[in-house]
Design a protein around this ligand. Sequence first.
Ligand SMILES: NC(=O)c1cnc(N)c2cc(Br)sc12
Length: 318
Amino acid sequence: MDLHAAEMRVKELHQLLNQYNYEYHVLDNPSVPDAEYDSLLKELQKLEESFPYLKTSDSPSQRVGGDILEAFQKVQHKISMLSLGNAFNEEDLRDFDRKVRQAVGDRFSYVCELKIDGLAVSLRYEDGMLVQGATRGDGTTGEDITANLKTIRSIPLRISEPLSIEVRGEAFMPKRSFESLNKAKVEREEEPFANPRNAAAGSLRQLDPKIAASRNLDIYLYAIADVGQTGVTSHSEGLDLLESLGFKANKERKNCENIDEVIQFVEDWVEKRAELPYEIDGIVIKVDSLQQQEELGTTAKSPRWAIAYKFPAEEVVT
Ligand SMILES: NC(=O)c1cnc(N)c2cc(Br)sc12
């Protein structure tokens, strides 16, 4: 095969492998069997060996990247990663609602989303290519865990538009992955992880990307850091844009016209959370309009236009 033919085939294999990966890990709806994916990936790896210059950083073969790191580099978040104020009961939620009304009046709506119990991370893309992934850290300074985040198959190595954009989300370990990881640890007489959140954090803090790759992590994206540059006017539009770019956003979100609907959503999920294949530790409630978010602003560490309702700690059944 000559170089031009190899270049064309590599381009075709990127498109096929990215599409199949998207269907399996983002849509949870594969159109080809795993064996088909594996054989196409092997074909790509062989072509990259024969024509090394065709191996690009966004190649599907580059998910489980390089060497074991000595340490993680520090990353300064250009836009700080805020934390959320907490609500623990209905009264706290109604207090939050009153403060929103005082600031923006009565014409506004909320978006309610599941609060994923994982590790907050930031992903930076340049011209559509994933160039850096980092932990939240203290909100201003995080750690560069790009190699480990690239192993999460639902993270696109290249998004559908050549945008330079930074997105935020929660990396997590599904319950079933957590259970099988801890079973293997106990069999090896190693200390098991206390919960999926610790397991996800521990996996993403591994200096060897091959270990992170073995942990079956996943992610839900829930914010665009520089959302003002995208032209969207609401948080719900921002979530739709994330999905159109190829990101995995959580489907269990609801637009709520008033705080009574928010409280109903919270009560519904207190009951339903056990059925989810991942852990959630609450519900995130946001004013939907970006203009009204702007009017409400933020305190030093958290937005006035959002709050996290925290579920009561589950009784540990001994
Ligand atoms: N959907 C969301 O906004 C969301 C979900 N899960 C989380 N752990 C967090 C944390 C912050 Br801060 S926002 C958010």
